[in-house]
Design a protein around this ligand. Structure first.
Ligand code: DGP
Length: 120
């Protein structure tokens, strides 16, 4: 899927649109979802122009990939959810229900998250 440079998360990365930041380093930004589905609902995004997880996994430089996942670990630690647990969701494309065309990992926690796949 071609990357659309003006997507809302690209604009958040550029600082054009504010966000409730949880964590940031050279590789990733984490911020609260605007429409939270759980007491904790954070989005973790890489600092790179990737739309989908398969594009990121297939093409991102190793340093960015490692840095992104290290940042993910930092976010989980900062949120204090490693013990209680969490659900990670990466929606991809039409059938995956992806609305924003910049790769993002949802992190949902703070209550039992329920069944794995919804129907709506
Ligand atoms: P997805 O369906 O996986 O593409 O989810 C996109 C998520 O992004 C959705 O849960 C709502 C969130 N979102 C959309 N626009 C904004 C925004 O401007 N700020 C923040 N913080 N979250 C947003």
């Amino acid at each position: 899927m071609a990357y659309q440079p003006n997507n809302i998360f690209a604009r958040i990365l550029e600082g054009e649109i504010p966000c409730e930041k949880v964590y940031e380093d050279d590789y990733a930004l984490a911020f609260r979802d605007i429409n939270p589905k759980a007491p904790v609902h954070v989005l973790v995004i890489p600092k790179g122009e990737y739309t989908t997880l398969d594009e990121f996994a297939g093409a991102a430089p190793a340093e960015l990939m490692a840095g992104f996942f290290r940042a993910f670990a930092e976010v989980v630690a900062l949120l204090g959810i490693a013990e209680s647990g969490y659900r990670t969701i990466v929606n991809t494309g039409r059938d995956g229900g992806q609305e924003v065309a910049h790769l993002h990992f949802h992190v949902l926690a703070g209550r039992p998250i329920g069944r794995m796949v919804g129907r709506e």
